[in-house]
Design a protein around this ligand. Sequence first.
Ligand code: ADQ
Length: 469
Amino acid sequence: MSRLIVISNRVSAPRSTDAAGAQGGLSVALAAALREYRGLWFGWSGEKTEEFTGHIDLQRHEGVTTATIDLEEQDVDEYYNGYANRTLWPLFHYRIDLAEYDRSFAGGYERVNERFAETVAPLIEPDDLVWVHDYHLIPLGAQLRERGLKNRIGFFLHIPWPPSRLMVSLPAHERLVLSLLAYDVIGFQTEEWLESFRHYVERELGGYCTDDGFIHVGHRSVHAAAYPIGIDFAEFQQAIDSPTAQTAFDRMRKSADGRRTIIGVDRLDYSKGIQDRFLGYRRFLEEHQECRGEVFLLQIAPPSRGEVATYEVIREELDELSGRINGEFAEVDWVPIRYVNQGYPREELAGFYRAAEIALITPLRDGMNLVAKEYVAAQDPEDPGVLILSRFAGAALQLKDALLVNPYSKDEISEAIHTALHMSREERVRRWRAMAESVRNDDVVAWRHAFVSALEGAKPHPRKAAAKG
Ligand code: ADQ
């Protein structure tokens, strides 16, 4: 059997020394794949070094080999904080108003992708399958081909693919997209992002798409398909059955004191729509005075990407907005929003999800959104809560029995909260069953099997180099 080489910006293989549940489902799932295929996981250590040397720190944790490199400060500024998080992240989430186009960012991005390629290439054996993850590493496949790799190489994009009309605002967009043709399989979260990609290929690259799932540009044919990511359902069930989850559940229910809990859990990011969510909840409190004092919103949002200025701004805005709403509506014995800026271990989070009668997950745009799936998995089958979900999250295409809302509309959010609070148990159970079936069947194990089998099935790469822009 071929080995599997996973390459992503950051590496997070499970370690038994980590606090219980500190690892995300994705890292657990990729680690399981790596154990099965005896592979290794390559990426940035998260550490900085004075001068890039290409030194690889090889480690083995619980049957998984990790290989990490340190990057220079300039690399981190231009590649990670720059092109990845200030150019591609906003653009791919349809926020061209926030996207910064800076030539030094683009240069740093190329340079770090080259550094990745240069360092990882000697670790790759001829029969290895290579799986590259996410928007940080789009050109990596082409860089590896330039170094003579003929392996089957796949790419999975965890975030949306923007509509062509937005994509063309990126300087040198053709060059970036053409570099994707070096891969054998390109995976997207949903049919919607795949459709946007195919549209770009036809319109901007003069290529064409065929019914067998291939895109064709010049002499290259690449398999492009949707592989919706899921959660590790079995692992999450264990988390929910743990004593820690039970304690967290009891703590929440006790502190709710008979009030109903609406929960939101997100990384603090503008794409997650937390501001519009607060405003929608505010509208609900205005319109339904009779419900004031009977519900509260628990918003858990640990800060992310502290080095990017936009994230500082959104943090300040949310502090201000939650303070204002609380000031406006609070009573001596009731605060409408509990806004918590920290992360919690998975088992505790599972207990919080279960204690919440409603989840309000309203990203303005999201590749998938695993929080929505975790909420569904954590519910009591006899008395499940209601999921209110943005129609612009990738997860909405699978979780059609959620209350789907337009996250920009305060009225829709307000109405959905009201509907959720009054929904009969029978309807809650009916909706939950349909969603739970999807979350259980399309889990992260099914996701990686689907992607890796597609990669295994790919034809060997032709001797001729991939098209370059
Ligand atoms: P993210 O944008 O990070 O991921 P999401 O899919 O919701 O978004 O995953 C977040 C993960 O972090 C979940 O497992 C959640 O439990 C955890 N998490 C979030 N807030 C937390 C908190 N306060 N405490 C503890 N854990 C917390 C990107 C894309 C998504 C895509 C995923 C996976 O943006 O669209 O679903 O990758 O492909």
